[in-house]
Design a protein around this ligand. Structure first.
Ligand code: ZN
Length: 133
């Protein structure tokens, strides 16, 4: 068996999935919400090309884990966390919320502490709620 140490990318993937496993289900965290969808588009100010837009859907049975990894594969300690935006949306009982998050990771493992990723993500989050009749 190989006893090779996992590299920095494997470690961050591991941490991501640990967080995912520990997250409650959407219906446990936000019992009044039936569905959340997040539309994302990316804008890179560097010479890299813009990653493709993405959409993520959450149902009541989904994990309430609102983070995505940075689509720049070399990015270290980056990613985007929608937890506080979704919390604001749901606690204010809004149907829709949009905003921008900038990736604070490092551009690649050679440039840790030197060059941040700064990929920009524009999001629109939609939520649907149970009928409160
Ligand atoms: Zn990044």
């Amino acid at each position: 068996m190989s006893r090779r140490k996992p590299d920095i990318y494997e470690q961050q993937k591991q941490r991501y999935w640990d967080g995912y496993r520990r997250a409650p289900l959407l219906k446990e965290k936000y019992p009044k919400v039936t569905n959340i969808s997040v539309e994302m588009s990316f804008k890179d100010n560097d010479e890299r090309s813009n990653p493709k837009p993405q959409q993520v859907e959450f149902s009541q049975e989904s994990k309430a884990f609102f983070k995505i990894e940075c689509p720049c594969h070399e990015c270290v300690s980056g990613g985007f966390d929608f937890s506080s935006a979704i919390n604001e949306l749901v606690t204010s009982h809004l149907d829709k919320l949009d905003g921008t998050i900038t990736c604070q990771g490092w551009q690649d493992k050679e440039r840790i502490n030197k060059h941040r990723c700064f990929l920009k993500l524009n999001y629109t989050i939609f939520a649907r709620y149970k009928n409160e009749s």
